[in-house]
Design a binder for this molecule. Structure first.
Ligand code: MF3
Ligand code: CO
Ligand code: CO
Length: 270
């Protein structure tokens, strides 16, 4: 057997990793999460998203890790930075942050061949009340999705937990992008939908590794991709937020590989 890809595949093509593989995912996840902790101090009005990306690129190298996004399908940056009505895959550039802007920073690193993929929300200066509510709901939706991760539950249970919570708050779940399996690869089966019906979809098994990364809009769920072929925005220009964790299914629930070492995952924690 090829040592790069141990374990077996389910009939849905989802890799079942071995017990020893959790440690590698933990190390990769923690490198990515620490970078998200450290970038927080740099998110200030006046800084450009390109400057933030260069700091992230330096931190990835400093950690002895490799960026998973530089060179991925032609992408050239160490992060995606998605401002205000940008849903995901925002390209870092010359735009300066303004007071009251909200942004998602998404970092994926490779450590000893394992992928750690995580994103969080940040605010430049004062966080507007409406944006704070959106961020709160998106964060809580991700954590509710994660609570549904245990052997015997299904991927539909995860999507349902997220969707029902978000819609109860009169916000909408983006359908056009989803989470994904990962491990020694960046994107693998299954597509992890952030909406769905209980009991549907593949059954969760110990050893599955995947991301959950709900995107939530204040307005309608529709998105469009700009002419740069990456930047996804809300069609109605409403504000959008996202949080992402990489998790592994254990015998009784899951391990979150990308928990903040500083306990700072949520932007209002200080
Ligand atoms: N990190 C993103 C995800 O959560 C993927 C970014 S791909 C890039 O899956 F090329 F845009 F960086
Ligand atoms: Co991801
Ligand atoms: Co990501």
């Amino acid at each position: 057997m090829n040592d790069q890809h141990r374990g077996r595949l389910t009939r849905d093509g989802i890799r079942i990793h071995e017990a020893g593989d959790f440690a590698g995912m933990h190390r990769a996840g923690q490198v990515a999460a620490r970078i998200l902790d450290e970038i927080a101090a740099h998110v200030q009005p006046g800084v450009t998203t390109g400057e933030l990306d260069r700091i992230i690129e330096a931190k990835v190298a400093e950690a002895g890790a490799k960026s998973a996004t530089i060179g991925y399908k032609g992408y050239q940056h160490a992060s995606c930075i998605s401002l205000n009505h940008v849903v995901c895959h925002g390209i870092p550039g010359d735009k300066k942050l303004k007071d009251g802007d909200i942004l998602n920073i998404d970092v994926t690193v490779i450590v000893d061949g394992w992928f750690g993929d995580t994103s969080r929300m940040y605010a430049a200066g004062t966080l507007p009340r409406k944006a704070e509510r959106l961020i709160e709901v998106t964060h809580d939706a991700l954590m509710l999705g994660i609570e549904a991760v245990k052997p015997g539950n299904t991927f539909g249970d995860i999507g349902h937990a997220i969707q029902s919570f978000v819609e109860a708050h009169r916000m909408s779940v983006v359908r056009d992008f989803c989470g994904h399996g990962l491990g020694r690869v960046f994107h693998a089966p299954p597509n992890v939908l952030h909406y769905g019906r209980p009991g549907t979809g593949p059954v969760l098994e110990e050893g599955m590794f995947f991301t959950i990364e709900p995107m939530v809009n204040i307005g309608r769920p529709e998105t469009k991709v700009l002419a740069d072929d990456w930047t996804a925005v809300t069609r109605d220009k409403s504000l959008s937020a996202q949080f992402e964790h990489s998790v592994g299914v254990t015998a009784t629930g899951c391990e979150i590989f990308t928990l903040s070492p500083a306990g700072r995952f949520h932007p209002t924690y200080g």
